[in-house]
Design a protein around this ligand. Structure first.
Ligand SMILES: [Mn+2]
Length: 263
């Protein structure tokens, strides 16, 4: 199935998803996969209104795209998992009522941990050596999946400050955990989670571990974008990087000014 894959959106759904919709139509895609981490962004932890607007948009966008005939899969990210397990991290929304509302929206959205397309395994962060796939990873998460989500959320690898030698499929660090020790049964994977400036394809190698987290904002230089906002097209096992106007889109500059600078 001709599929467009999208990296972490982190409270920028209203800017990124219209770009994704336009590209999905232009490229005649049948399926869209969002790789997770729809909420939390630098310095936004108090902004209930922003979280509400972003979650509302995400849910409505998914519904609208399904009605237009697209298959849409929304994967679970580590930031999203914190809401499902009711664990308020320093980077989560700090307002309790808003936090609970975000959780209810995630249950409605229908998150899942993993997806297979052609030969590729697709998760938020990647399946490392020592991690196994569960069949439950491939269906939407419900409120009854608390234990599964908690296991995934708590397996943080050393590269991200955890006590495990590598992270779960929602936590694995791309460079220091997934590239160093991928699961030998899954050498073709597409992940987000670790910011990259651009998508690098390694189609000349038998192992293909592709990171598509291109929509991140520089944490220390708050008015700067880090990634180039490119998307990934997958069709019959063939990959193609899709450039977007992310770095020059006026909406991005407005966002940086209004949401990042103005506290
Ligand atoms: Mn992440």
């Amino acid at each position: 199935m001709r599929t467009l894959l999208v990296g972490d959106t982190h409270l920028k759904n209203r800017i990124i998803l219209p770009i994704v919709a336009e590209k999905a139509v232009a490229l005649k895609c049948q399926q869209i996969v969002l790789l997770g981490d729809y909420v939390d962004e630098w310095h936004q932890e108090q902004k209930v209104t922003l979280y509400r607007a972003e979650m509302n948009y995400l849910l409505q966008w998914k519904q609208a795209m399904i009605q237009r005939g697209f298959k849409v899969v929304t994967l679970l990210g580590n930031h999203d998992s914190a809401y499902l397990t009711r664990t308020i991290h320093p980077y989560s929304l700090q307002i309790a009522s808003g936090f609970e509302w975000v959780r209810s929206q995630f249950l409605q959205l229908g998150l899942q941990v993993a997806l297979k397309i052609d030969d590729f395994l697709i998760t938020h962060a990647g399946l490392c050596w020592g991690n196994d796939l569960e069949t439950d990873y491939f269906r939407p998460i419900t409120a009854q999946d608390f234990r599964m989500v908690k296991m995934l959320a708590e397996r943080v690898g050393q590269a991200r400050g955890g006590r495990h030698w590598n992270g779960s499929p929602i936590w694995a660090d791309y460079e220091h955990e997934l590239l160093d020790a991928p699961n030998p049964h899954f050498l073709k994977q597409i992940v987000g989670h670790t910011p990259v400036r651009q998508i690098t394809l390694t189609s000349d190698r038998p192992d293909q571990l592709i990171d598509i987290d291109t929509f991140s904002i520089h944490g220390n230089f708050m008015n700067h974008l880090y990634g180039d906002g490119s998307l990934l097209l997958l069709d019959h096992g063939q990959l193609e990087v899709v450039a977007t106007d992310w770095t020059t889109a006026p909406a991005v500059q407005t966002y940086l000014h209004d949401e990042i600078y103005v506290h």
